[in-house]
Design a protein around this ligand. Structure first.
Ligand code: HEC
Ligand code: HEC
Ligand code: HEC
Ligand code: HEC
Ligand code: HEC
Length: 215
């Protein structure tokens, strides 16, 4: 007499196949969710000095380029040297405890050890100047820095993310949501009026070929 239906004879086989699939599935999930696409967004390391973009770039309205002097003319935006802070803090808040490390750095000449937030791997070629001069605003890649007390990565900076914009810009040029007038690149509040088309400074042709970004 048969207790179990015949179809259940296949059960061990099915279970085995399931187990064989489960392991790669777990590996894939771990690789996917813990890869930079997911883990880097939200990265917000503690900095040695409680410098606030919300105060300086937001409330005081200091332009990004006053401190990030490389952003229009070189691959790197650069984090400002202590001297830039002392342009003001030699006379502003001279006895603040929050600025003690800044004053020490100025006296000793030892740079402040700011912790890097946004970082591409070495095999990726990225140049700020070509983006900024093409009409891509800081806010597209860094979010509302002017509202942040502590800098936080808001975009994945992954290959898919780079390519999504490159494709859109190549196709839509000045009608792309990623392009604004060059005069507005550091303006965090600029918004395009509905169906406003921007005239890009040059015909835009961002690379989609591998060698464009992996040189
Ligand atoms: C253009 C002038 C200017 C520059 C440049 C500047 N700051 Fe400031 N900073 C200010 C002003 C104004 C305040 C607010 C003072 C107040 O609250 O009355 C301030 C406040 C601060 C505070 C808070 C101090 C406290 O006791 O609350 C810190 C920390 C600080 N700045 C760090 C920096 C650092 C680091 C740099 C360089 C990267 C820098 N600042 C560059 C003008 C400047
Ligand atoms: C008064 C100087 C000053 C101004 C103005 C300023 N920044 Fe910064 N910025 C800094 C300093 C100092 C750091 C490094 C410490 C930190 O991350 O908070 C920094 C860090 C950053 C970073 C992160 C760098 C990294 O390690 O990845 C970004 C992105 C950035 N700034 C964008 C902007 C943008 C966009 C604006 C204009 C809206 C701006 N900053 C205005 C001083 C400034
Ligand atoms: C097209 C995207 C994009 C735009 C637009 C952009 N950034 Fe960046 N930014 C990045 C990436 C990607 C990195 C990391 C670069 C690396 O690790 O090589 C970065 C890094 C930085 C850093 C860290 C220091 C450095 O130079 O690596 C600062 C500061 C910064 N950006 C400021 C700015 C400011 C200010 C603007 C606007 C004037 C701006 N960025 C516009 C993508 C962008
Ligand atoms: C928000 C839109 C946007 C994002 C995001 C973006 N780019 Fe671009 N990229 C552009 C535009 C616009 C140009 C300028 C094209 C031109 O001038 O023809 C460009 C040009 C380039 C170039 C050509 C520069 C040269 O010197 O030949 C490279 C390389 C590049 N991007 C790499 C990247 C990488 C890597 C990322 C991601 C980390 C990225 N881009 C993210 C819009 C973007
Ligand atoms: C617009 C710029 C851009 C182009 C074009 C591009 N890549 Fe990438 N690629 C990136 C960035 C940025 C990363 C780093 C991603 C990260 O760290 O999250 C990357 C990472 C990679 C990696 C490592 C992936 C990993 O999982 O670590 C490989 C492999 C790669 N790219 C191959 C290619 C090939 C092949 C092409 C052409 C079909 C190509 N890339 C075109 C920007 C680009």
């Amino acid at each position: 007499m048969q207790i179990f239906p015949r179809s259940l004879n296949k059960l061990p086989l099915v279970a085995g196949a399931g187990a064989a699939l489960a392991l790669p599935a777990v590996v894939f999930a771990v690789w996917y969710w813990f890869s930079p696409w997911y883990t880097d967004v939200g990265y917000e390391p503690r900095q040695p000095v409680a410098y606030s973009h919300r105060l300086h770039a937001g409330e005081l309205g200091i332009d990004c380029r006053y401190c990030h002097t490389g952003v229009e003319k070189s691959p790197v935006a650069m984090v400002p040297p202590t001297q830039t802070c002392m342009n003001c803090h030699a006379s502003v808040k001279t006895d603040s405890a929050k600025l003690a490390l800044v004053r020490d750095s100025w006296k000793t000449g030892k740079p402040i050890q700011w912790v890097k937030v946004h970082k591409e791997p070495d095999y990726v070629f990225f140049d700020h100047s070509v983006h900024v001069s093409g009409g891509v605003g800081c806010v597209s890649c860094h979010g509302r820095i002017d509202q942040e007390e502590v800098v936080r990565q808001t975009q994945p900076l992954s290959m898919g993310w780079c390519l999504e914009c490159h494709r859109d810009v190549k196709q839509n040029q000045g009608a792309s949501a990623f392009i604004r007038p060059v005069s507005q690149v550091t303006n965090m509040e600029w918004v395009r009026k509905s169906d406003e088309v921007v005239t890009p400074p040059r015909p835009l042709n961002p690379p989609e070929n591998c060698g464009g970004c992996h040189r």
